[in-house]
Ligand binder design. Structure first.
Ligand SMILES: [Zn+2]
Length: 590
């Protein structure tokens, strides 16, 4: 990208003090350095510096998508709601969906995905297997009314994403496009200088192993990732499985009621009976909507082992619930359970869901559904029934790896990309079919993939900064060179700087030229804050020594270069900085 700018012509100035409401370094620095201005909660104006970096990220995305056979299109931001009603998402999605009406009273949706629009396009355009496979992508604005917008661009309400959709005739085709995306996305993150790991992710109601997320591991993230250092298993905590150690080989002992006054928590109970929490059963009460295909609310009685926690995502997937919420005390009492002393024994008016590890554990201590009493030696099957036995316990730091049994480690991260095999889910609902080679009508298989462009920019800023400011990787830096002129009464530095500015532009080097009359201190502080990779300082003293000072933002490496050699030295560094980035391999696992 060509184009150079004088700092004196930029609309915005840097800020000395961080904005009061910013929670993360990337946000503080992007605002202070003049990249970004908030307009409202989770809504931002990207200023010229940010727009240049975004354009570079988007160009790089287009290169990688085109390389795997993508066709760029552009789908609208405002959709007729009828399409979203057809897939049911109009009803399933809560207040985070932007809804409006046009002048005739028709419902409209602000795009939060383009699954519907692609499926609609496919049912109109595709007739035969000969037209497949297809890979459509676009870079477009979306709206999600996040109840808790925070961390600047990391959780914005209006955002731009690279969104792509694969359309295939069969599983082999879908798998091929899925793998191609995995590769293309790894390349995008690597070229942007962002270390991202691919992990298994939640796919809603679809089952396992059909979705991945790319995670930038960082303590500011909202997601928790569990990773195995031994075999490389990695998954979002929402869906991470827990390895099953061999169950205790104990014969069922007779059920016995014991008085356990003031022992209404697992900790108190374990202490009172002098047993580890793993020998107890923990009861959790929830109300699920849409469980097992039934539209109305259902009381769900969940049992996990006392030392484990429930993963609500895994539970919702196991019972195919759209939503789960904690039950109220009245709702708990209504099914005959006593909070603090509850067990599933004798409970009939509930969907009883037992974690598979709890189900395999013999002789657990569980509530007697009577204030102040528990049962010893409770066993599934003999003492109570389960409607569903499933893997619903949350994996934690130290839980055994489901593949090899080694302890998992938990790390926080930011979701920067997602990939999901939708299969025929959406296409079946919208009637997207094609004629296969035998002449029979079959549903189209879809895949959906996305990367948030603004969030990616923020994560790059998060990864590449120091105490003085941003340190952009050359591929996404708004400029390659920050040319700093330290003016002098003689006029000599000004002459050299102007000539250098023209020479660099003539060689297609992007220059941010600080031509202001400010002090060296102000100019250097701004240059460090903005974080352009190469700084050139034209000053009287260095010129007297025969050159211009060249300094790398990241390493601080400084050299004095004669003016007539500067352009070639900059071009040389530009190439080597790009090469260094291309060589840093992105980690892919999962
Ligand atoms: Zn492992």
């Amino acid at each position: 990208m060509a184009g150079s700018v004088k700092v004196s012509r930029l609309l915005t100035q840097t800020l000395r003090d961080p904005p009061a409401d910013s929670e993360v370094d990337s946000q503080r620095l992007l605002v202070r350095a003049g990249f970004l201005r908030p307009l409202g909660a989770g809504i931002f104006t990207y200023l010229h510096l940010a727009k240049r970096s975004l354009d570079k990220i988007e160009r790089l995305m287009r290169e990688e998508m085109d390389a795997i056979g993508g066709q760029e299109i552009l789908m609208p931001v405002v959709h007729p709601a009828d399409l979203w009603k057809e897939t049911g998402h109009w009803y399933d999605i809560g207040p985070e969906m932007g809804r409006l009406k046009d002048k005739s009273g028709h419902d409209l949706v602000l795009a939060m995905s383009h699954e519907e629009v692609v499926a609609d396009l496919a049912r109109r355009e595709l007739r035969s297997y000969r037209q497949l496979p297809q890979l459509l992508y676009h870079i477009q604005t979306q709206w999600r009314d996040d109840p808790r917008p925070r961390a600047g661009l990391i959780r914005a309400r209006e955002f731009t994403t690279l969104d792509s959709y694969s359309l295939d005739a069969d599983d082999d085709g879908l798998n091929r496009q899925y793998r191609a995306h995995m590769q293309a996305y790894s390349h995008i993150f690597r070229r942007c200088g962002l270390p991202a790991v691919a992990v298994q992710a939640d796919v809603g109601l679809m089952g396992e192993n059909l979705a991945h997320e790319f995670i930038y591991l960082a303590s500011i993230g909202d997601d928790t990732i569990l990773r195995c250092g031994e075999c490389g298993y990695s998954a979002n905590r929402q869906v991470a499985r827990v390895g099953r150690l061999p169950a205790l080989s104990e014969l069922p002992k007779p059920l016995a009621k014991v008085a356990t006054p003031e022992a209404s928590t697992i900790e108190e109970l374990a202490a009172l009976l002098e047993i580890p929490p793993s020998r107890t059963a923990k009861a959790i009460f929830l109300i699920a909507t849409g469980a097992q295909g039934e539209p109305e609310e259902r009381f769900v009685f969940v049992i996990v082992r006392g030392d484990m926690n429930l993963s609500e995502t895994k539970l919702a997937n196991a019972i195919r619930a759209r939503e789960v919420r904690p039950a109220t005390v009245e709702e708990i009492r209504a099914v005959g359970a006593v909070p603090g002393y509850a067990s599933a024994i004798g409970v009939t008016q509930a969907l009883i869901v037992v974690d598979e590890i709890a189900a395999e554990s013999p002789n657990l201590v569980a509530g007697a559904n009577e204030e102040g009493f528990h049962f010893l030696n409770v066993n599934l099957g003999r003492d109570y029934r389960a409607d569903v036995v499933a893997d619903i316990a949350a994996a934690e730091h130290g839980s055994p790896c489901p593949k090899c049994g080694a302890p998992l480690s938990a790390q926080r991260g930011v979701k920067v990309g997602n990939m999901s095999k939708l299969g025929s889910r959406t296409s079946a609902r919208l009637g997207c079919t094609f004629l296969d080679s035998q002449g029979s009508l079959r549903p189209l298989l879809m895949g959906s993939y996305g990367i948030g462009v603004g969030r990616l920019l923020a994560c790059i800023a998060e990864e590449h900064h120091d105490s003085l400011g941003l340190c952009w990787p050359i591929t996404v830096a708004p400029f390659t060179v920050h040319l700093v002129l330290l003016q002098d009464a003689s006029g000599k530095p000004s002459e050299v700087a102007e000539a250098l500015y023209e020479d660099l532009r003539a060689s297609s080097v992007e220059v941010l030229y600080d031509d202001r009359a400010d002090s060296p201190g102000v100019k250097f502080t701004d240059a460090d804050l903005i974080g352009v990779p190469i700084r050139l300082t034209v000053a009287k003293r260095a010129l007297a020594q025969g050159g211009v000072e060249l300094r790398l933002r990241t390493t601080g490496l400084t050299e004095l270069v004669p003016p007539n050699r500067l352009v070639s030295r900059v071009l040389e560094l530009q190439t080597s900085l790009r090469r260094a980035l291309a060589g840093e391999a992105a980690e892919v696992s999962g």
